[in-house]
Design a protein around this ligand. Structure first.
Ligand code: 3PG
Length: 211
């Protein structure tokens, strides 16, 4: 299976909870104006699939992924939208297989060494460390990843990442990207605060250059 770090080349990944699909295209454009070419639409909302379809159609230069894929049905729905990658808060072998069958990269969520081992067994060398901040943050990830060095795992911490702490994660060699809603919060999306979102993206990309 292709791994996620082969297609995600930027240091930050916006996790987008979109309630109204009419917001999807202007939101994707606002992110692109800030310098991003990749986004994740989370299946936390009913509008996720329709939002993904609209972004794929109207903003074809944007690489789109689906997050919070908890059931195989959600995974199928995301794949049918043409997503280029998938993520989940946890690890479900059925969902991983659905993505592997189509050779689309998938990143399961992990929080313990056992989760990491299961991910390795299933061929997932990129894993989402979730929820990062409340599970012990940078120190926890560092300690937990240490025994797996020979597998060359790469992690995407999410959960509690902000402009203030993103570089403490990006400084770890095994972290290839950090994700979260700080780049475009559900409230900002609902209010259509596009200029603010563009500015947050710019600030985060600039900050990430420091590491
Ligand atoms: C996710 O779905 O990956 C996380 O909930 C994002 O967490 P955040 O809202 O704390 O950034």
């Amino acid at each position: 299976m292709k791994q996620l770090d082969e297609i995600l080349k930027q240091p930050v990944l916006p996790v987008l909870a979109i309630e109204d699909p009419a917001r999807a295209v202007p939101l994707a454009q606002a992110l692109m104006d800030g310098g991003l070419d990749t986004l994740e639409v989370t299946f936390r909302t009913e509008a996720a699939a329709e939002s993904l379809r609209r972004i794929r159609k109207e903003v074809p230069a944007m690489h789109v992924g689906a997050g919070t894929l908890i059931t195989p049905d959600q995974a199928r729905s995301a794949l049918d939208c043409g997503v280029e990658f998938g993520l989940a808060p946890g690890l479900d072998a059925r969902i991983i297989r659905l993505f592997q069958e189509r050779d689309i990269p998938f990143m399961p969520g992990v929080m313990t060494p056992s989760d990491i081992q299961r991910g390795i067994e299933l061929g997932c060398l990129c894993q989402k460390f979730f929820p990062a901040e409340t599970s012990g943050g940078v120190a926890q990830l560092k300690a937990m990843a240490a025994p797996f060095k020979s597998f060359k795992l790469r992690f995407c911490p999410t959960g509690g990442i902000t402009l203030a702490n993103l570089n403490s994660y990006l400084a770890l060699p095994e972290v290839f990207i950090v994700g979260g809603s700080w780049l475009a919060t559900p409230q900002q999306i609902a209010a259509g605060e596009w200029a603010r979102i563009t500015e947050q993206v710019r600030a985060s990309l600039l900050k990430a250059k420091e590491v």
